[in-house]
Design a protein. Structure first.
Length: 583
């Protein structure tokens, strides 16, 4: 019997050894950038200051992770990289004959895939299709569908292989684009609902590709309450978390668009957990997900774990090889933004634009009225706090004055619609005050802190008319227009020419649809003319033509009751600027 026992033990040891040999563990590290907004170098070419983020810093971390022999790395970008800094503006529109700097850099860094963002679409098909052609990896957007073929106009997904593991990456873009951008920027294209699109493509991928891992790469935020669903559309701007919860099959959903910072798990319809990561904006953070798979001898996944975190890039130095590779481009951009275009007689800032008229906003209004020849101008601050110092104005200052590449529309609106527009802006902007101890601005509680109820770039003021906003009255009954700036009476039944940027003119913020009551599909009928280039370029030409500008605050509007407003203003400034948003 002793020999039998020894034989039995030997067999057990052989089985255990074979089993250990047959089983295999694979670790995959997924790294995601999102909403880089042109922060390619560790330098802000608008404010002329170093930055905590940048692709240069990201590449240092990527190289570190790739040097780890115990894991495989996947590198993904989630869109909105082609707009935001002079780096990309220069490559998109000034030096457009050479390969785009974004495709050059992402190729150099070895990106595996990217999803298209709404601000990438904003650059126009001449730019984003060129970048797509130049890239060594696919740009994804399964729900951006051709109106002629019914098929996605970008690649819907890609399957990557790492150490025998098949990883499918499905890309989706926010369907809110038709509410923000003119159709000329997305010709023959429609943007389908994200949840419906994800359901179709997950089933398709599972059946055709049989991947062991499915990743959602969605340029869309997590807060479905923001903006809500357009009355004319069922599509929600921020549906990423809805997809993670309602569409089984995803191991992780990597998101963006909202510039928020998220690292959490949610439970889907099958009771499985799904990791959600959102790294904010400007490459200050990097999303990092770690997938560990245990496979049996047949290569089937026996178990899988997914963990994730956000990594601060300020803790990593810019990669010297990266900086050297693109040093010539860095110099060209620096020369471009340093070019003087005129002088300004006094320093202007948008900081006070939340509390009344300012010379900063009225300069934008003046230029819009001059360029368009319109009767009235609408505009909002496009950077939370931006300052242009007196003296020489350079190209970089123009990005402080006007952040986005919007076109300038001249639209035809009735006096009643103009009033409704301003009422809508005031409802987003101001609280209903019952006394001097109340807040002037409309705040909401978020994680125990007061935050603006709506985004500051929806706080439109007007020029060309005189009006008051009575914050003691309920929303919808606050604005009183007292007359035109030229001395003529204001007539609610008259049609006026209004200068307005293309984001607002296409329905962004709801000022024209919810406020003025114009159906979304009728907005384009109201556009009398549009610039063919971005408004910032025309502003630049205007200042160059003037040589010297002396900005003035015209005091077109006032907020009443003045004693309440004055008492609340200083308190609200402290709240506002201590809880400043990610710009």
């Amino acid at each position: 019997m002793k020999w039998f026992n020894r034989l039995f033990i030997s067999i057990l040891l052989l089985v255990a050894a074979f089993t250990a040999f047959a089983q295999r563990q694979v670790t995959i590290k997924v790294l995601q950038t999102s909403d880089v907004h042109g922060t390619l170098f560790p330098y802000d070419f608008i404010r002329n200051t170093p930055t905590d983020g940048s692709l240069a810093r990201v590449y240092t971390y990527v190289k570190q992770e790739r040097n780890n022999p115990n894991q495989q790395v996947i590198l993904l970008d989630n869109g909105d990289i082609l707009q935001g800094q002079p780096t990309v503006y220069y490559s998109n529109f000034i030096d457009s004959t050479n390969p785009n700097i974004v495709s050059q850099m992402l190729n150099y860094m070895g990106y595996d895939a990217a999803t298209v963002g709404n601000h990438d679409i904003e650059t126009g098909p001449g730019v984003y299709r060129k970048v797509e052609r130049e890239s060594n990896f696919p740009w994804l957007a399964a729900n951006a569908v051709s109106t002629t073929t019914g098929k996605p106009t970008f690649k819907p997904y890609v399957v990557l292989e790492r150490n025998g593991i098949r990883i499918a990456v499905l890309g989706l873009i926010t369907p809110g684009i038709p509410k923000w951008l003119p159709k000329i920027l997305w010709p023959n294209m429609q943007f389908n609902d994200m949840v419906e699109s994800a359901r179709y493509w997950v089933k398709y991928i599972q059946k055709k590709e049989k991947p062991q891992v499915i990743i959602g790469l969605f340029h869309s935020g997590h807060d479905t309450s923001y903006g809500g669903a357009d009355a004319a559309e069922s599509h929600n701007e921020n549906s990423s978390q809805l997809v993670a919860q309602q569409v089984p099959g995803f191991d992780m959903v990597l998101i963006g668009h909202d510039h928020d910072r998220v690292a959490r798990k949610v439970i889907n319809a099958n009771g499985d957990s799904v990791l959600i990561l959102d790294p904010g904006a400007s490459a200050r953070l990097l999303s990092e997900a770690t997938i560990t798979l245990n496979l049996n001898k047949r290569g089937r996944v026996e178990s899988k774990s997914v963990t994730g975190r956000l990594v601060e890039m300020k803790n990593y130095e810019p990669d010297p090889d990266f900086m050297n590779q693109f040093s010539d481009f860095y110099k060209r951009v620096n020369d471009f933004v340093s070019r003087p275009i005129g002088t300004i007689t006094e320093t202007i800032s948008s900081a006070n634009a939340y509390f009344g008229p300012t010379a900063f906003m009225d300069l934008i209004h003046d230029v819009q009225l001059n360029i368009s020849g319109a009767d009235i101008s609408f505009a909002a601050p496009l950077s939370f706090v931006s300052k242009v110092d007196s003296g020489t104005i350079t190209v970089s200052d123009m990005f402080k004055l006007y952040r986005f590449e919007n076109f300038l529309y001249t639209m035809e609106l009735t006096g009643k619609e103009i009033d409704g527009f301003l009422e809508h802006a005031a409802s987003l902007w101001f609280n209903t005050m019952t006394g001097a101890d109340d807040n002037l601005l409309r705040f909401k509680e978020e994680n125990g802190r007061k935050r603006l109820y709506a985004n500051y770039y929806n706080f439109d003021s007007a020029a060309g008319i005189y009006y008051t906003i009575d914050v003691s009255k309920p929303a919808g009954d606050r604005v009183t227009i007292t007359g035109m700036a030229n001395g003529l009476p204001f007539d609610e039944n008259k049609t006026y020419r209004v200068a307005i940027n293309s984001y607002r003119g296409n329905g962004g913020g709801g000022h024209l649809t919810e406020g003025a009551g114009i159906p979304h599909n009728k907005l384009q009928q109201r556009v009398a003319k549009s610039t063919d280039k971005d408004l910032r370029l025309y502003m630049m030409k205007y200042i160059e033509g003037q040589g010297k500008i002396s900005p003035q605050c015209h005091n077109y509007w006032t907020i009443v009751p003045e004693p309440w407003v004055k008492a609340a203003m200083e308190r609200d400034k402290k709240i506002l600027f201590s809880n400043r948003p990610n710009d």
